[in-house]
Design a protein around this ligand. Structure first.
Ligand code: ATP
Ligand code: MG
Length: 332
């Protein structure tokens, strides 16, 4: 049997920021893989480290942040061994980043045409205006933007939010990347446009591109992702296929996130604030299991010491695992 290697394989990735003389770990010792043509959801509350993790794959963590990893392999190459010019070559052409606020990443004084063909000029050295125009028009058709010829001449602020996001996606796709990191790409959009962008991302995945989809929203994960990584306090606390994690969440944190989802019909949810308390800050991650101070299972079990003293280790040999001393038990 031929073994198909994952597109990206990360082992023991840590991202530290120096803060007042010490280093805080926004991402702490995470390992994961993303397969070819797979959408992997990265979900968790604010400040859990999702965006920092995404940026670290592009080696774009802002200075003085420090990225370390035992292994960070992308399509057969070691990302941590590349120099700045090799990384520039990879960014955009092989890995591209799509963010929440498309408008903020655009140059207000350049047209959509110039905006999305800049990377084609930079990376492929194409100079012919005719060729650039044809490439841009095709890229916009690929993301189903209407009135392509008119929109190519427009400036970013002349487009609606959904159209801006499509242009950003077209720009991210124009060089045919193998991996897209989409950091909350639909959060700022209304529900209808959101659904259209999600279905577009699914089509892109069906074309063979892998996607890391960063979101707060488990409902979106259920809709478009193949697998999900749940982040809490800089760690991945649960990993599995969407089917596995939604059918049988093993970590009390994931169970809480799922319980807070609004049901699509029927009875209203029993409690919307399923996870009480605030997420911790990286300056003060709790000892042992970082979730224990907020964990209903820990409380219901009489606050066992192991959760306070020992960092739970996941069984990564399984396809579905959770880093919890009492994984899978749930509060009864
Ligand atoms: P959100 O859902 O709000 O986007 P997130 O999960 O994407 O949150 P990150 O933006 O990755 O979280 O931030 C993780 C932690 O890293 C935060 O506590 C943040 O304060 C810290 N952090 C991020 N960037 C920096 C920086 N440049 N300097 C210091 N700390 C930083
Ligand atoms: Mg973020």
């Amino acid at each position: 049997m031929i073994e198909i290697k994952p597109l990206i394989s990360v082992e023991n990735l840590t991202v530290e920021f120096p803060v007042r003389g010490s280093a805080v770990r926004a991402v702490d010792d995470v390992s994961f893989e993303v397969g070819h043509g797979e959408i992997v959801g990265l979900v968790g509350e604010s400040a859990s480290g999702k965006s920092t993790l995404g940026l670290s794959l592009m080696r774009m963590v802002p200075s003085p942040g420090r990225v370390r990893a035992r292994r960070m392999e992308f399509d057969g190459r070691d990302l941590s061994a590349l120099d700045e010019s090799q990384l520039r070559q990879i960014r955009g052409s092989e890995i591209s980043l799509i963010v929440q606020d498309a408008l903020a990443t655009m140059n207000p004084v350049t047209t959509v045409l110039e905006q999305i063909t800049e990377v084609v000029r930079d990376h492929e050295g194409v100079r012919s205006r005719r060729v650039l125009r044809a490439r841009a028009a095709q890229a916009l058709r690929d993301v189903q933007l209407p009135d392509v010829e008119i929109n190519l001449r427009r400036y970013p602020h002349e487009l609606s939010g959904g159209m801006q996001q499509r242009v950003a996606i077209a720009q991210g796709l124009i060089l045919g990347p193998k991996l897209i990191i989409a950091d909350e790409p639909t959060t700022a959009l209304d529900v209808t446009v959101q659904a259209q962008i999600l279905s577009l991302l699914k089509q892109i995945r069906d074309g063979g591109t892998s996607i890391i989809f960063v979101t707060h929203d488990l409902a979106t994960v259920a809709e478009i992702c193949d697998r999900v990584l749940v982040m809490y306090a800089g760690r991945i606390v649960e990993s599995g296929t969407v089917a596995e994690v939604f059918a049988e969440p093993q970590h009390p944190y994931t169970q809480g996130l799922l319980a807070s989802l609004l049901p699509l019909g029927g009875d209203p949810p029993k409690r919307l604030d399923a996870i009480s308390g605030q997420p911790p800050r990286p300056e003060a991650w709790p000892s042992g299991c970082r979730f224990h101070p907020r964990c209903p299972l820990w409380k219901s079990k009489g606050e066992p010491e192991i959760c306070v003293n020992e960092d739970p280790q996941p069984d990564e040999s399984r396809t579905h695992w959770a880093a919890c001393h009492f994984a899978g038990e749930g509060v009864r």
